[in-house]
Ligand binder design. Structure first.
Ligand code: NAD
Length: 380
């Protein structure tokens, strides 16, 4: 399988951080089990090759691998490159355009979230991928987190009875919009960039259909640093349970102005309350606190980590699993064991990302209209 990665930023190689990102370590790790013929990272800078070589060297050294990673320019690769699959990790507002060009090349696609800012764009990509029989999925990696899979099982067993309401709190440090994504943070909003994860997760875990959304936002911290975007978005989304028609409400408080001294990149937790019970899910503090000269850190060992296993250093976690599963699926399709159609319903396909996309679009519209209720377009 020949892989191109469109984007060479923080999520791909950890650019601008002391860490090594998720996508490139995941691909290098995946070479142990999947027949990956080539990995090409594509960026916009003509002189980007040395940065990628440095990142690849650091990852190979850590993992004890010697995988060759090439660098190329995005436009050249999209015009004339040869590949079987693309992983797209670029700013939100470019997902539609680049996603379409990837599919036009006939490449299977793993798109980082959000699929697109609007439902119209997302539907066009769904149709595009279907017409070309391409496997097109969104990197909704929380669908691979075992905590969430236990909750999904419990909800499937109706262990909580009829669900009544849900709350989500999810936030990141101000450094993310103010420094890391400074170039593009004003072109998204924090719900679209981050909240969409839990919009998808509620849909995925509970099988709910979104009905309406309303949202208010707060501004000030980022505006004072020259970035015209919301510091936080507080959204209410109502849902229908298709099994019995019952309606429930969820509140999502999503922000990106956490202090630099915050002990983790993401604060995240959710609560689900039903007529017979509740789930409290702490997604940040998984019980591992490390104190060093650099300060106190709460480490989530299950997302995206180098682990010192009995077989040597390995890259693991639900962030890895999302990438590995994509490569394994592309391989299965190429070997005729699966088809893009047969995987629908099992994976976060573009079609299955429509409810979360519709919610994010409704939230964005509500913010623009003073917090008014918006119908969530019935996405499926
Ligand atoms: N950082 C994370 O932890 C994380 C996690 C999951 C998903 N994401 C998503 O991944 C995407 C990118 O995030 P990131 O952290 O890598 O961002 P980043 O800002 O660090 O990197 C963005 C990359 O996109 C490239 N790019 C910008 N404009 C482009 C253009 N016109 N054509 C082609 N390439 C262009 C940049 O050169 C850069 O390589 C976003 O949609 C984000 O929501 C990020």
């Amino acid at each position: 399988v020949k892989i191109v990665v469109i984007g060479a930023g923080r999520y791909v190689t950890g650019r601008g951080t002391t860490e090594l990102g998720t996508i490139l370590p995941a691909l290098i790790e995946a070479t142990r089990s999947e027949p990956i013929e080539s990995i090409t990272i594509c960026g916009r800078k003509p002189d980007g090759a040395s940065e990628i070589a440095t990142a690849a060297h650091a990852i190979n050294s850590k993992l004890g691998t010697s995988v060759t990673v090439s660098y190329a320019l995005v436009d050249e690769v999209l015009a004339s490159g040869s590949a079987d699959a693309a992983i797209v990790s670029i700013p939100d507002h470019l997902h539609f355009d680049i996603g379409k060009r990837v599919l036009e090349r006939g490449w299977h696609c793993l798109m980082v979230k959000p699929l697109t800012p609007t439902l119209g764009e997302a539907r066009e990509l769904v149709a595009f991928a279907a017409a070309r029989q391409l496997h097109a999925v969104v990197d909704f990696h929380k669908r691979y987190d075992e905590q969430n899979l236990v909750v999904k099982r419990l909800l499937g067993e109706r262990a909580l009875g009829r669900l009544a309401y849900a709350t989500v709190m999810f936030s990141q440090r101000a450094e993310v919009p103010a420094i890391a994504f400074r170039e593009w943070s004003a072109q998204t909003n924090i719900f679209q960039y981050l909240g969409v994860h839990y919009a998808d997760l509620l849909y995925f875990m509970a099988g709910l259909q979104p009905i309406r959304a309303m949202a208010v936002g707060t501004k000030g911290v980022l505006a004072s640093r020259g970035i015209d975007t919301y510091d936080s978005v507080l959204a209410t989304v109502t849902w229908r349970d298709p099994t019995d028609g019952a309606e429930l409400a969820s509140q999502l408080a999503i922000g990106w102005i956490d202090a630099e001294s915050s002990t983790a990149a993401s604060e995240q937790k959710y609560t689900l309350v039903g007529e017979r019970g509740r789930v409290e899910c702490e997604q940040k503090d998984r019980g591992l606190t490390v104190i060093t000269g650099e300060g106190v850190r709460t480490i989530n060992p299950y997302f995206s980590q180098f682990l010192a296993t009995q077989d040597g250093m390995r890259f693991r976690g639900y962030g890895f699993e999302s990438v590995r599963q994509f490569i394994a699926d592309v391989r299965a399709i190429r070997e005729g064991r699966e088809s893009a159609g047969s995987l629908g319903g099992m994976r976060p396909t573009f079609a299955d990302a429509l409810p979360a996309t519709a919610i994010a679009e409704a939230v964005t519209k509500s913010l623009a209209q003073g917090g008014s209720w918006q119908d969530v377009d019935q996405a499926r």
